[in-house]
Write a new protein. Structure first.
Length: 835
């Protein structure tokens, strides 16, 4: 199967893009219109009658989640004790049957019985069953209805296991039904491991390699399945692109409910993306149950942080819910003179009519300051000992001058409206304004090097940047039956707009800094700006998805068409404008089979595209690169356990890669190719008796398979992808003590292994430097102080540490002869009060 994509003239796309833009704006206005309570056209699913048969397709999963799925399909009301279903797994239910039969199948083997109390209503209890119509007593119950759950489907988790795979489908699809590899790091896991940044959050996930960059600029740098994830393209928040500006993409983990990693092509749902996948974050949402948390942290490098997290209902009927998350951090880093300061405020408000309309308003303010120096270290003075070795805390910038400070404000909403018994409308939108005050510093020697024995020449560049971003997604979803087939259909439109204004001005002089005795006395002299530009990007995509269920089969079909146009305005010298546009079609075909015992093997084929900038010798804009993946795997959710095990193999090929134009010196053509093959294993969940586990392993073989020789006659064919190790592995075990003597104590320990990797190829010699692998040890502990005295209820003490042995390691840098120093040992303690 081939998916065509090509560049096209701007004018030929304007009418189509304008029409689609109007369609998106119309759907967004519809989203605003549903703020009023829904009328007759937005009722909940009508309860199935006793004799009526309906199509059910509910996989084996945590029982609480399975009950929610049953309620959504049947419209029934179910009463049960939350303790009754805790830790239990449902049976799979598939096929056409009555609602009562489906419910009894769902709980079979769990020790739970069903009592039908009235038409469309049932209770669950431990013990023998009862005949229909018997009276049900009124113990303390959880009353579950389609709109009664307090967990947002996107955030619903139990311990270390997330129930919902919406990142891969944009629907409330259980993870086990998704024909693609997906890892989700829950809030519980992040808390247990003491996560402080995005790299920490995904450290134990397979198939993703994060480049540690302590003291450097704050944009994330990661490789998924052998391909670099672009910070302005492959990071998402609340289902929408995090932004188009790579310098305002900082993430505050305390404000997140979970972090998900979708491995493999994601263009079928999200548009342009690297072929290796994307990282998506879900911010904390309002809850129906009132709660509060105040937390104080102190740790290595004088890290001081205070945080609050509050939420609950604002009215008796719980129609209005709120959440307020905020923190203030004042911290140094392992790099001298480099800060990690942050102010984060994120209010959220949910309006739930309980009649099919739910609106959540989300806002966020961030102000953070980090180091502005590029901490690239020459190989000779870091990995090798060819001369002086640069200390890992040496600052490659100018204190008080080279800083990276961003102030960002966002506002948006997520609305869900039930149109009728079958169809639901969803619309997300977010606007972001960011201002960057950035003075970068870097080594002026090229290739970067130490000069005069033990000096570095450091120059600076002023590069202020302002950006405005609008992203939106709207779709309708519903289930339609055609004979024995149940079609879960989704049709949507996605829109993105970005406007970025930036100037760059270099210093004409540089600082000559002694590594042995650094003195940062430097007064920069700036020349005229060498660039003053404005870039505008408009992107729109329409997509369709059909999840077909028949018996135990789940077939997934996707198609998406994207259009994009970009304009670059240059104001230095003679004003100039460069415009280009492109379009692409991508698709996915996948199938999963849900066995009754919890196994779900799957296969899938998917494609992606990623735009390129620049032009060839004939002044034609480069076409997007294309990605093509074949994947097969198996997922397993054992009955009676809150555990998910995933194994997958894949082959992923990127084409249209730039390589040397052998006919025209200094130009490129799109004749290159990169191929990645691999195996990924992951297990995470609760093992019982207070034990929790995260285990992962990945083998990734990524190399250049097509490339033209450069002017020196050197080709990249056969070379490995920079920074991608063959082997990575992780193991984290956590234990919540159950015995009376140790009640309230939680401890966790883990190790992470990253195999050796290589730097970018030296285009003059054709060589790649090999960087040694490393193993890091982490641990955490917490204690509930109410076990000491009841008057301390709500108080807890915690401590966590990463790289406990203070292993000194390096990761490949930005250049063929450079590396970045790894993270040193960091320990932090916290005092938390919850109510």
């Amino acid at each position: 199967m081939a998916f065509r994509m090509a560049a096209s003239p701007v004018a030929s796309r304007r009418r189509g893009v304008a029409g689609l833009t109007r369609l998106l704006l119309t759907t967004s206005m519809l989203g605003c219109a549903v703020l009023v309570p829904a009328g007759a056209g937005a009722q909940q699913t009508a309860p199935a009658t006793a004799a009526e048969t309906r199509a059910f397709a509910i996989p084996a999963q945590p029982l609480a989640a399975a009950i929610d799925a049953f309620i959504g399909a049947s419209g029934w009301q179910i009463s049960y004790s939350s303790a009754l279903v805790a830790g239990k797994t449902s049976a799979a239910v598939s096929g056409s049957m009555t609602a009562e039969e489906a419910l009894r199948r769902l709980v079979s083997g769990s020790g739970i019985s069903v009592r039908i109390s009235a038409p469309g209503s049932a209770a669950l209890f431990a013990g023998a069953g009862a005949a229909a119509g018997e009276t049900v007593l009124d113990p303390l119950m959880v009353e579950a209805g389609r709109r009664g759950g307090r967990n947002d489907p996107a955030t619903a988790t139990t311990g270390y296991v997330a129930r919902n795979g919406s990142l891969a489908t944009k629907t409330d699809t259980p993870v086990i039904e998704v024909p693609q590899s997906l890892s989700i790091v829950t809030r519980q896991e992040m808390d247990d491991r003491g996560v402080t940044d995005l790299n920490d959050a995904i450290a134990y996930a397979p198939g993703i390699r994060a480049i540690d960059y302590p003291g450097g600029q704050g944009m994330p740098l990661m490789y998924l399945r052998g391909f670099r994830a672009q910070s302005q393209r492959d990071f998402y928040r609340d289902g929408l692109r995090n932004g188009y500006n790579p310098y305002d993409s900082f993430v505050e983990p305390y404000g997140l409910e979970n972090v998900a990693v979708l491995r493999g092509p994601a263009s079928v749902l999200y548009g342009d993306a690297a072929p290796g996948g994307l990282v998506s974050m879900t911010t904390k949402r309002p809850t129906e149950d009132p709660f509060g948390e105040i937390r104080l942290d102190y740790g290595s490098f004088d890290r001081k942080q205070v945080a609050i997290d509050l939420g609950g209902p604002l009215d008796e009927d719980r129609h209005i819910l709120y959440r307020l998350t905020a923190l203030k951090r004042d911290a140094d880093t392992q790099i001298d003179h480099s800060r990690d300061d942050s102010v984060y405020i994120a209010p959220a408000l949910t309006l739930d009519s309980r009649e099919g309309t739910r609106l959540t308003l989300l806002a966020q303010y961030q102000n953070w300051t980090q180091g502005g120096a590029e901490q690239s270290l020459p190989l000779d003075n870091s990995v090798y000992s060819n001369g002086i070795k640069i200390p890992s805390d040496f600052y490659m910038g100018i204190p008080g001058l080279s800083d990276w400070e961003v102030e960002s404000s966002t506002i948006g909403y997520a609305v869900e409206q039930e149109i009728d018994d079958t169809w639901t409308f969803r619309n997300n939108l977010r606007y972001t304004h960011a201002e960057l005050d950035y003075v970068s510093a870097s080594n002026r020697a090229w290739p970067i090097a130490v000069v005069d024995g033990h000096y570095v020449n450091v120059g600076v560049q002023k590069r202020p940047r302002t950006s405005d971003t609008l992203v939106a997604d709207a779709n309708v979803n519903g289930v339609v039956e055609t004979g024995p087939l149940a079609h879960d259909l989704t049709f949507g439109v996605n829109y993105g707009y970005s406007r970025i204004r930036e100037t760059r001005t270099n210093s004409t002089n540089y600082a000559h800094i002694d590594i042995l005795n650094p003195v940062y006395d430097f007064d920069p002299v700036y020349g005229a700006p060498w660039t003053d530009n404005k870039s505008i990007i408009r992107q729109i995509g329409i997509y369709a998805q059909d999840q077909i269920r028949i018996d135990n089969w789940v077939l997934t079909l996707n198609g998406r068409q994207d259009w994009a146009e970009g304009s670059e305005y240059e104001y230095t010298g003679t004003p100039d404008v460069d415009k280009a546009s492109s379009h692409a079609f991508t698709g996915r075909v996948g199938a999963a089979y849900l066995f009754e015992n919890g196994f779900a093997p799957y296969i899938a084929y998917s494609t992606s595209f990623e735009p390129l900038t620049g032009r060839d010798f004939d002044k034609k804009p480069f076409e997007p690169t294309t990605g093509e993946q074949y994947e097969a795997g198996v997922k397993y959710q054992p009955r009676g356990m809150n555990l998910l095990v995933t194994a997958s193999v894949f082959q992923l090929t990127q084409q249209n890669v730039l390589t040397t134009d052998q006919q025209h010196s200094g130009y490129s053509v799109q004749e290159g190719e990169v191929r990645s093959r691999g195996l990924e294993l992951e297990a995470k969940g609760d093992l019982g008796d207070g034990w929790s586990l995260v285990a992962s392993y990945a083998y990734t073989d990524s190399e250049v398979t097509k490339d033209n020789p450069n002017a020196s006659g050197i080709s990249k064919v056969g070379t490995r992808t920079q920074a991608v190790p063959y082997h990575t592995a992780g193991l984290w075990v956590n234990h919540d003590f159950q015995t009376a003597t140790l009640a309230g104590l939680r401890i966790g320990a883990g190790l992470r292994y990253v195999g050796s990797s290589v730097t970018a190829m030296d285009t003059g010699t054709g060589t790649q430097a090999e960087i040694d692998g490393y193993t890091l040890f982490d641990a955490s502990a917490s204690y509930d102080l109410s076990e000491v005295h009841p008057g301390l209820a709500g108080l807890s003490l915690g401590v966590s540490g990463t790289n406990l042995t203070d292993e000194k390691y390096y990761t490949p840098g930005f250049y063929s002869n450079s590396v970045l120093a790894g993270k040193r040992r960091a320990i932090k303690g916290n005092l938390t009060y919850r109510w």
